[in-house]
Design a protein around this ligand. Sequence first.
Ligand SMILES: [Zn+2]
Length: 79
Amino acid sequence: MYFLPAIIGRDKHDAAGIFLLNLFVGWTVIGWVIALIWACIAEPRAHVRFVPVAGRFCCQCGSLTYPGAHFCTACGRTV
Ligand SMILES: [Zn+2]
């Protein structure tokens, strides 16, 4: 129950700050409430996904070409 703000804010951008505030100032009721509010309003951490791409992108039109292609299938330019 004491670490509820840290648990709520564990996936947020300010997770370390929320945890430290909860740990050191949470014993005061106002510090715990501030940590809880901060955990609820903090922005979620941005997730970056890696998508493997076998082909290459054309630098002229941005189309995805076949792996090993030397010319773009959309515009015909050299890849
Ligand atoms: Zn192209």
